[in-house]
Ligand binder design. Structure first.
Ligand SMILES: Cc1cc2nc3c(=O)[nH]c(=O)nc-3n(C[C@H](O)[C@H](O)[C@H](O)COP(=O)(O)OP(=O)(O)OC[C@H]3O[C@@H](n4cnc5c(N)ncnc54)[C@H](O)[C@@H]3O)c2cc1C
Length: 568
């Protein structure tokens, strides 16, 4: 007799973030009875899209699909058969420079080098050297991301690998702060800055020791490129949901898990709250429409920008609704949590089962904020009014000193007064995001503390959104006059609406003490938690945050092995 017979499901998945959905899709495709439970009314977590301003579709979380392009997830799960269509974004980066024409980085290395040479003679050659030196390392990191982490595995890959004696000099550089690595190759701040600003997107500042891999990873941008699902980032998670449903899996949205059920030392299921409006067990269509308009909350005019979304068609039920809702118990052979590790270990697990290591996890103090704008015309950069500048990531940072100054503000508990920004106007490659001739413009900026030295985010959100728009105006004058709607997602908004504690879009700090076998903490990094029947996935686990799906795929391998062998 199969183990766990009599349980409602083989696998319950907590949360419908993209990693959890990837795990669920592999399990459903393998023939297991899978149930996904999501607190929000829409699947996708930080990879979702909604029509926030009528006629304009905004991503609610991540937008640039880079890491997932380096994995086999999309092909293995045949997501294109379930409606996913990736659009390539090329040029990858547009980078204004301080005293002359801007730079473009293309997917094609040769074209990028040509542009660098033309603008800064000698720097193209340096770029080629940088790529030649670090592409093998970047590929090793990529392989490590696609495996279950263990200290042996790392040693094997980096030290005893084919690199011969070169690893000694490489190792020393890997331990350096990423802000300094570029000095070894380049002379021009105009070239160093975009590389460092891209590296800063993972969170740690350019001065952080042992952070060099964030910039040494750069060669892979030319390998996998940058892409966008047609219809918005949520196209990925909608396709994953369809895949799960096509294999008989079930997804319930608007259904927060309130407790993990234990029998002795084994996880045997969950308790959920079933508020009014929670979707029933779904086997037919993707729950909660792809991009339905909110009933209230943020949006619709150039003024309103940062309110609560709890009354919308994509948000989670409010804490009051959850408290008042009836409870239901559901059992399974295995429970896999894709929620933030602090939610799993410190809120959902009964106290007697909470592992001491969980209290040491560092979630940090937020790091970014994003202003989403609906415009009635395209963005036009003063330095390059052509459409080419609208396509890729627009790296709007003057120099490394600007990043350091922004980080200094953050350390004092203040939002950056002069924020470096990344502009994204993907309506340039996807005409489904805005009405014809119109634009969606999203401005991501750093650094923004979750806990402020004085006041609250509700007090300062409007001011900070305006400050961000002012900063953008310096690059593209006239943008303000085109704004017809906006949403400002500050760290508190991200916590409240997307269940990202302290506004950390990577769940936990991405510093070396919380990477590989140390993520989320030593002893549970292999996707099996400390209790039988309980598993983890998501940005809280190796290899961390970002739209990648590697954690979901790695975790699925571990859970499926235990299910296949009847270990649970
Ligand atoms: C504004 C923003 C911009 C970003 N930009 C980029 C980018 O351009 N490129 C990139 O690669 N990455 C980007 N990221 C980061 C990336 O999107 C995230 O790191 C990643 O999507 C996290 O995915 P996940 O699968 O780990 O989980 P999450 O997306 O965090 O999903 C977890 C899910 O669990 C649900 N949940 C939590 N608790 C419960 C519970 N008790 N019961 C039921 N459900 C629960 C949550 O509602 C959520 O849906 C960005 C993120 C944000 C927020």
């Amino acid at each position: 007799m199969a183990k766990g017979k009599g349980r409602d499901y083989d696998l319950i998945v907590i949360g419908a973030g993209h990693n959890a959905l990837v795990s669920a899709a592999y399990a459903a495709a393998a023939g297991y009875r899978v149930l996904v439970l999501e607190r929000r009314a829409m699947v996708g977590g930080a990879v979702s899209t909604a029509e926030i301003v009528p006629g304009y579709r905004f991503d609610l979380g991540g937008s640039a699909h880079i890491l997932i392009r380096l994995t086999p997830v999309v092909e293995e799960l045949k997501l294109e058969e379930h409606g996913l269509e990736y659009l390539d974004v090329d040029p990858l980066f547009f980078s204004p420079t301080e005293d002359g024409p801007p730079l473009f980085f293309h997917r094609d290395v040769g074209r990028t080098i040509e542009g660098l040479e033309a603008r800064f003679p000698g720097e193209g050659e340096a770029y080629q050297r940088f790529l030649d030196d670090w592409t093998p390392f970047a590929n090793l990191v990529k392989e490590a991301f696609l495996s279950v982490p263990s200290p042996w595995e790392l040693g094997k890959r980096f030290v005893f690998n084919r690199s011969g004696g070169a690893w000694k000099t490489m190792l020393q550089r890997i331990f350096r702060p990423y802000g300094e690595i570029v000095d070894e190759y380049f002379t021009e701040e105009g070239v160093k800055t975009p590389l460092v600003w891209m590296a800063a997107q993972s969170g740690p500042p350019p001065t952080e020791p042992m952070s060099a891999p964030f910039v040494l990873w750069h060669p892979l941008y030319h390998q996998g490129g940058i892409a966008r699902p047609r219809g918005g980032s949520g196209g990925l998670t909608q396709a994953l949901a369809r895949k799960i449903l096509a294999h008989g899996g079930e997804i319930r949205t608007g259904t927060p898990v309130t407790r993990i059920l234990m029998e002795g030392d084994q996880a045997v299921g969950v308790e959920v709250a079933v508020p009014r409006g929670a979707s029933g067990v779904s086997g037919a269509s993707v729950p909660s429409g792809h991009g339905s308009a909110p009933r209230g909350g943020p949006s619709s005019s150039s003024g309103s920008s940062s309110g609560s979304a709890s009354d919308s068609a994509w948000a989670a039920p409010s804490p009051e609704e959850v408290a008042a809702a009836p409870r239901e118990k559901i059992t399974a052979r295995a429970v896999l949590s894709g929620a933030h590790a602090s939610e799993t270990f410190l809120r959902l697990l009964p106290e007697a089962h909470q592992p001491p290591g969980a209290r040491g996890m560092r979630t940090g103090n937020g790091f970014g904020a994003i202003l989403r704008l609906a415009l009635d015309g395209p963005v036009r950069y003063a330095d390059h009014p052509g459409d080419e500048a609208r396509v890729g990531l627009q790296l709007l940072c003057r120099n490394r000193a600007q990043i350091s100054a922004a980080y200094g503000d953050y350390l004092r508990g203040e939002p950056s007064r002069d924020p470096p920004m990344v502009g994204m106007s993907f309506s340039a490659v996807d005409d489904t995001l805005a009405p014809p001739g119109h634009e969606v413009l999203w401005i991501w900026a750093q650094y923004y503390p979750y806990r402020l030295a004085t006041g609250t985010w509700d007090d300062i959100a409007e001011r900070e959104a305006d400050r961000l728009l002012d900063a953008f105006e310096r690059y593209a004058p006239g943008t303000r006059d085109r704004v017809v709607g906006r949403l400002f997602q500050h760290p508190e908004w991200l916590e409240r609406e997307l269940a990202l504690p302290r506004g950390n879009v990577m769940h936990l700090e991405m510093s070396l003490d919380q990477m590989f076998s140390l993520r989320p903490f030593l002893g549970v990094s292999g996707y099996r938690a400390h209790r039988k029947g309980l598993y983890l996935t998501g940005a809280s686990t190796h290899p961390g945050g970002g739209i990648m799906g590697a954690s979901g795929r790695n975790a699925a391998r571990v859970v499926l092995k235990d299910l296949d062998r009847n270990k649970i």
